[in-house]
Design a protein around this ligand. Structure first.
Ligand code: URP
Ligand code: ZN
Ligand code: ZN
Ligand code: ZN
Length: 467
């Protein structure tokens, strides 16, 4: 048997196992795993390296508009390049339906932006912001059938939030079509009440963002989302969980037999609300929702990662610039935290942070790392050929130097933002060589692949969907 590419001498990790073997790749697919594989057009020596499934970041925002004329700092080119350098071979950005827009219109706009520009494979979740009878009755079912098998609903954000009746109706469409619903759980009315109180007291700086979105706001909405999912009998993903109380809601729903997946993100492990209290509005660089909490909640999130309440670890990459007049802190943003767009960059640092803080520090083992960063994303979101190193899977592979020491510096990253909220964090372990669909895209830290090599992937239904 001959191969296009053989990866030789590495330590392979999957969600189940760690073992030594060579990997043979042909036509973009893993075709053999074993010893002394035959002839290959190209051989990569992976001795003293870890050979992992390419990361799948199932929660990123690229090229999404964010109101007040503020532009997201990454489109598909810079966003997927940054993802690739961070050890990812596939990302799942959101396609935002604007009010009055059909889902198909929204999708064709996002596809046009992505086409020919991606360094990683990609697929889209839909954001349903206008669940009209036509959208829920006709459009969405047809789109689920053609590979858009998950959609996100928001319980917060003006113009985006759905009320309970709309969430129930959207979940019912998921039930009828076998789709998976992702829910952003924060109680918008409670947030508005707290914003009013803070603004009246003259508290308009970024740290008030965290104070107006306390744990109770998230816990209540999480409980409600889980109840609505129980009533409609659908599996759901609770995205970007920031604290122990919301996590316990998930654990309790699971104990009752509900199908629910919890997701957490790096910001809830290594940032706190104190980061929003920087000098001269610097705290705006850490404004995201839910906000980072405190050390006790960081520990709670770690317990969720270790114990398996969280099955997904995603970045929620949502980048904005500051040095740009239309950036995150344009003049309106300086009048009140309420006008600072929510979101922080992190697609390139997600995997190194979890590897360094989790694997290198002995909190989780390699199979758990692989599950949290690749395998579970593929299973949850219907990426059948991705997320593992196994015969028949796409040859999406990240070769890591587990001993490399680095300090996170935005100057070394590849996104379109102008800062990293993780600046200065010391890291052990970094992805060095990236293979996407059998193509070497990064070799020993050097970009050798071209944009457009990353392809769109239509998805099957979630492994959680009972259809
Ligand atoms: O603050 C955040 N998380 N921004 C991104 C949008 C979202 O809610 O995921
Ligand atoms: Zn969200
Ligand atoms: Zn998000
Ligand atoms: Zn940058």
């Amino acid at each position: 048997m001959s191969f296009d590419l053989v990866i030789r001498g590495g330590t392979i990790a999957t969600a189940a196992d760690v073992f030594q073997a060579d990997i043979g790749i042909r036509d973009g697919t893993i075709v053999q795993i074993g010893d002394s594989l035959g002839e290959a057009a190209e051989v990569i020596d992976a001795s003293n390296r870890l050979v992992l499934p390419g990361g799948i970041d199932s929660h990123v925002h690229l090229a999404q508009p964010s109101g007040d004329g503020i532009v997201m700092a990454d489109g598909f080119e810079s966003g997927t390049r940054s993802a690739l350098f961070g050890g990812n071979s596939c990302v799942l950005p959101f396609c935002l339906q604007e009010k009055g827009q059909s889902l198909r219109e929204a999708l064709s706009a996002y596809h046009a932006l992505a086409e020919g520009n991606c360094y990683t494979d990609h697929s889209f979740h839909l954001i349903v912001s206008d669940p009209t009878p036509a959208v829920l009755g006709q459009e969405l079912p047809a789109l689920v059938e053609s590979g858009y098998t998950s959609f996100k609903v928001f319980m917060t954000y003006e113009g985006l939030r759905l009320n309970d009746a709309e969430i129930l109706a959207t979940m019912d469409t998921a039930r009828r079509t076998g789709a998976l619903v992702m829910v952003h759980c924060e109680n918008e009315d409670a947030i508005r009440y707290l914003i009013g109180r803070h603004e009246a007291a003259g508290e308009v700086r970024p740290k008030a963002h965290a104070a107006t979105r306390p744990v109770a706001v998230e816990r209540e909405a999480t409980h409600r989302a889980l109840s609505l999912a129980e009533i409609t009998e659908v599996p759901i993903v609770i995205v970007h969980v920031s604290n122990g109380a919301a996590m316990e809601e998930i654990a309790r729903a699971r104990a009752r037999g509900q199908k629910v997946v919890g997701e957490t993100c790096p910001q809830y492990l290594v940032l706190t609300a104190k980061d929003l209290d920087g000098m001269d509005w610097e705290g705006a660089k850490f404004v995201c929702s839910p906000p980072p909490r405190d050390e006790a909640e960081q520990e709670a999130c770690w317990r969720g990662i270790e114990a398996g309440v969280f099955d997904l670890f995603s970045s929620d990459h949502c980048p904005f610039r500051y040095d740009d007049p239309a950036g995150k802190l344009n003049p309106k943003g300086r009048t009140s935290f309420r006008h600072i767009p929510n979101g922080i960059p992190g697609v390139e640092t997600r995997l190194p942070i979890l590897f360094s803080e989790g694997v290198a520090k002995g909190r989780i083992d390699l199979p758990r790392f692989v599950a949290l960063t690749a395998t579970n994303h593929a299973r949850t979101y219907g990426l059948e050929k991705k997320g593992s190193i196994a015969i028949g899977k796409d040859a999406d592979i990240a070769i890591w130097d587990p001993a490399e020491k680095r300090t996170i510096r935005h100057a070394d990253l590849h996104d379109g933002a102008d800062y990293s909220p993780y600046e200065g964090i010391e890291i052990t372990g970094w992805p060095k060589t990236m293979i996407v669909g059998g193509k070497v895209m990064i070799r020993d830290g050097e970009l050798v692949g071209t944009k457009g090599a990353g392809r769109y992937v239509a998805r099957t239904r979630s492994a959680l969907a009972t259809f």
